[in-house]
Structures are given as structure tokens and as C-alpha cells.
Design a protein around this ligand. Structure first.
Ligand code: MNH
Length: 461
């Protein structure tokens, strides 16, 4: 892409370019700080690669136009492909496996499918409440992000594959999750422009990496085997659909290797993003007494005054304010913070930036979501922005936490239902006291989450 005339951060140095300003442990937040003042489009030079970053709502609208642009399965996806191969999330656009997997899995994400997962989600949320009841009795603080990640792992595994990880039975991280986190980190660090240096530095951990890959594969084998040994081989969950569906048009089926990659990918994509959204929502609620009071009034109106409740599928849709809280949390901290778009053919972006076919740009969501031309007082948490009627005052593409186009998030309704349900049950049951001294810090891997955020739950009744 012709980057002449696109602003870049100050203090660019020879050879390394702008890379010295990016904190490898906090790539997204440091990037956001650096480019925030550069306006709606800017460029980062990372060694010989130039990354164009777009965060103005009008330019993003152009990049989201499917006739001119498509998903770019670029640097982020390359490193993820090492562990997820040709999963729905990481597969290249032109690979026929995308359409095949999409068509086989889409019926697993309809409203009817969600209604089918609902009772499983309620069961997992009850496990969380049982844990928090114990902590409440002992007046002990809970690490919110850790527990929300327990919830989202159990939810995707039990609802998607009929497999439990026992996340609430143990205080330590499940070995599968620890291995997955290390492999993702290793793959991330050893991909991209730093690869030659990093691979050398990480040679020592190459053995660990191989062991981790083996752990991941063994676990996925267990998940598959448990299903094949059981009687529910054709259960209408994600695994059942992958094992038994034949594609209507092509007559093809997903092969075993691909099914394993899809399982890993769903666990990664479905877990960290949703747990981050829940954690940020709880963070903001504990900072704002008015929002919290309004949220608790809403859950009390739906579920009344007793702790002994049977939340129904349709109850969740009635929690409008809670949904707005989650939407607003995802505005300020889109937990999947960026996506990439490439030009299908030669084109001119914004009437002046020339792109050749294949040239791509990054949409940095924390900045799109704080574009001051669209969002008044953009850093302020205000769920009111997402209450009925508000969205029509904004451009359509000013808010994209789930990506765009045919490659947008397939799990959006799944994640939102899970998050609003769990948030509702937590708020209905507990008073949440955060420790006053906490200031929001962000943990980054591929996703964003609050780090070190604890609350001490206390039973309301
Ligand atoms: Mn999800 C794609 C964000 C929950 C499964 N997801 C995406 C993309 C974003 C995203 C952004 C597009 C990435 C890109 O363009 O490169 N996802 C989220 C967020 C949440 C989320 C913010 C929760 C909050 N995602 C979930 C859940 C699941 C899931 C839950 C599974 C149950 N997501 C996916 C899959 C894709 C995806 C699969 C890839 C879809 C495709 O390319 O066809």
C-alpha cells in the first residue's frame, strides 16, 4: 500500500522503524496509546513491514464493504494456524473448507440451537455460584477474570462437545489450558517480523512447545473418543454436527483432522473473548453505583426476591440493561481487539490512499470504538449508548466487536447469551465489593482481559 502521506508515530528509527515503541507484553494497549493522536489512519513500520492502522468510522465502513475488501488471514492468523490449522476461524478465504465448515456449523448457532444450550449454560453458571457462595462465606476475594474463564471454558466444552473440564473442581489451571496458552504464546512470538531472533531465543522452549502440542492433541482425542464411545454421537451440538453432517451441496464431510482443529479453535475463540467481556462488565459495574443499582433492579424485576430461581431462555432477552452493559464493556474493551481487511483488487481508500489487490489494513477496535466524532465523551462507561433507539444516531460501522462480513463471529449469540445470563445470576445473588485501590490493568494475549481484578462477593439474601 502506498503509505506516503499517512502519519506515523514520532521517533521512527532506521531499520527497526516504529517497533521500539511497542511493548511486546502489551502490544495492543501500547499501540493504541501510540496511534490515538495520529487520527483516523496511521502507519507503523515494523522492520520492513508497514502496517496501516485504520480507526475512523468512515474509513472502516469502506474496509467493511465486501465488494471491495475481504478478511485478511494475515500475521495473527498465521501464528494461530500453527495450533488451529484450517479451523473456521483461521482458514483462508479461498479454501473450500471454510464454506464446508460454515454450512455444517451454522445450524449449531441459530436461536433454536441457543435455546437447546440454555440449560447447560445455566448448569455451568450454577457451578460458578456454588464457588462464589463458598468464597462469600469465607469473605474471600475472587479473581474475576480467572473465574469467568472457568465459566466460559466449561460452557463451550459442555454445550459444544458434551465434555466437562471440571474447571470448578480445582484451584489450578487445567493442564490443557496451560498448554494451550503456552503454545499460543510461542506461536505468536515466533511468527511475524521478529521470527528469526525470537526462534533462536526460544530454542530452549521448543521441547516444551512439542510437549504442549502433544497435551493439546491428547485432550482433543479424549473429547472425540468420549463422544464416539458414548451413545450421543448424533447429539445436535457442535461436535455431533461435525461428526454426522454431510454438506448439502457438495456431499462432503469434515475429516477427523479438521474436526480436531475446529475443537481447539472453538475452545480458544469461545473462551477468552467471552470471559474478558464478562470481566470488564463486572469491573465497570463495581465502579459505578448507579449502573449497578439499575442492573440489580432489572434482575430483581425478572427473577424476584428468592435465590431459588429457574432462569428460562426467554428471561435472558428481557435483561436489556445488562445486555447494554455487556455491549458497552465491549465498546471500551473489545476483547478481540483487531481484525484485518485486504483489498480484493486495486482500489483507493478514502479517496486518496492507493491499495493494490492483496494490500491490507488493520482495524484497531479500541480506537474505532472511541472515535470522538461518533462517541461523545468516548472514554466514559455509559450503557445508555446501547439502549433502544440509540444506535440509529451512529454510523453502522462504528461498533464492530464481532468483526464484519461472512467471516464475522459465528459465536456472537452464544457468547452474548452466556454472558448476560451469567452476569444476571451473579448480580441477582451477590453484592459485589471491589477493593477500592484497584486500577484497571489489561492482560494481553491475543485477547484483552482485566488483570488482577478481584471482588469479594456477599450474598444479598
Ligand atoms: Mn468469535 C470470529 C470476536 C465469542 C467463535 N470472533 C470472530 C471475529 C471476532 C470475534 C472479532 C472475527 C475475526 C476476524 O475477522 O479475523 N467472538 C468475538 C467476541 C466474542 C466472541 C468479542 C465474545 C464476546 N466466538 C465467540 C464464541 C465462539 C466464537 C462464544 C464459539 C462458540 N468467532 C468464533 C469463530 C470465528 C469467530 C468460529 C470465525 C468465523 C469465521 O471466520 O467463519
Amino acid at each position: 500500500m502506498d503509505t506516503a502521506g499517512i502519519p506515523h508515530p514520532p521517533h521512527r528509527v532506521p531499520i527497526l522503524g516504529d517497533v521500539t515503541g511497542i511493548d511486546p507484553r502489551a502490544p495492543v494497549t501500547s499501540l493504541v496509546r501510540r496511534v490515538r493522536d495520529l487520527g483516523p489512519i496511521s502507519v507503523q513500520k515494523v522492520l520492513s513491514t508497514e502496517i496501516v492502522i485504520v480507526n475512523g468510522a468512515d474509513l472502516v465502513a469502506e474496509l467493511n464493504d465486501e465488494t471491495r475488501f475481504a478478511k485478511h488471514a494475515g500475521p495473527i492468523m498465521y501464528s494461530l494456524r500453527e495450533i488451529m490449522g484450517d479451523s473456521l476461524f483461521t482458514v483462508l478465504n479461498e479454501d473450500p473448507n471454510w464454506q464446508l465448515a460454515h454450512d455444517i456449523l451454522a445450524p449449531g448457532f441459530t436461536r433454536d440451537a441457543m435455546a437447546g444450550y440454555h440449560h447447560i449454560m445455566v448448569g455451568v453458571a450454577r457451578d460458578l455460584l456454588a464457588r462464589w457462595d463458598t468464597m462469600a462465606e469465607r469473605q474471600q476475594p475472587v479473581d474475576v477474570t480467572t473465574d469467568m474463564t472457568r465459566l466460559t471454558l466449561e460452557t463451550i466444552a459442555r454445550a459444544g462437545f458434551g465434555y466437562g473440564f471440571g474447571s470448578f473442581d480445582s484451584d489450578r489451571t487445567h493442564p490443557f489450558i496451560a498448554a494451550l496458552a503456552r503454545t499460543a504464546r510461542y506461536a505468536n512470538l515466533s511468527a511475524g517480523p521478529r521470527s528469526i531472533v525470537m526462534r533462536r531465543l526460544m530454542a530452549g522452549s521448543a521441547r516444551q512447545h512439542r510437549a504442549d502440542i502433544a497435551t493439546v492433541e491428547r485432550t482433543v482425542d479424549d473429547i472425540l473418543q468420549a463422544r464416539l464411545d458414548g451413545t450421543a454421537a448424533e447429539a445436535p451440538d457442535l461436535l455431533g454436527r461435525m461428526l454426522s453432517s454431510t454438506h448439502a451441496e457438495s456431499g462432503r464431510r469434515l475429516d477427523r483432522v479438521n474436526i480436531r482443529q475446529q475443537i481447539v479453535s472453538f475452545i480458544v475463540a469461545g473462551r477468552e473473548t467471552t470471559s474478558g467481556a464478562l470481566s470488564f462488565a463486572l469491573y465497570y459495574l463495581t465502579r459505578d453505583a448507579d449502573c449497578l443499582a439499575r442492573a440489580q433492579a432489572e434482575v430483581d424485576a425478572v427473577w424476584g426476591d428468592s435465590d431459588d430461581i429457574e432462569p428460562s431462555f426467554t428471561d435472558v432477552a428481557r435483561l436489556r440493561y445488562l445486555r447494554a452493559v455487556v455491549d458497552e464493556a465491549l465498546r471500551l474493551w473489545p476483547t478481540a481487539p483487531a481484525y484485518l481487511r485486504e483489498a480484493r483488487a486495486e482500489t483507493v481508500l478514502g479517496g486518496k490512499y492507493r491499495m493494490k489487490g492483496g494490500d491490507w489494513a488493520m482495524i484497531l477496535l479500541p480506537l474505532l470504538h472511541r472515535d470522538p466524532r461518533v462517541w461523545p465523551d468516548p472514554d466514559r462507561f455509559d450503557p445508555g449508548r446501547f439502549l433502544a433507539g440509540q444506535a440509529k444516531h451512529r454510523p453502522a460501522f462504528a461498533y464492530r466487536p464481532f468483526g464484519t462480513g461472512p467471516r464475522a463471529c459465528i459465536g456472537r449469540q452464544f457468547g452474548l447469551h452466556e454472558a448476560v445470563l451469567a452476569l444476571g445470576l451473579v448480580l441477582h445473588r451477590y453484592e459485589l465489593r471491589a477493593d477500592d485501590g484497584y486500577r484497571l490493568r489489561i492482560a494481553e494475549s491475543f485477547t484483552l482481559k482485566p488483570r488482577g481484578f478481584t471482588v469479594t462477593p456477599r450474598r444479598r439474601r
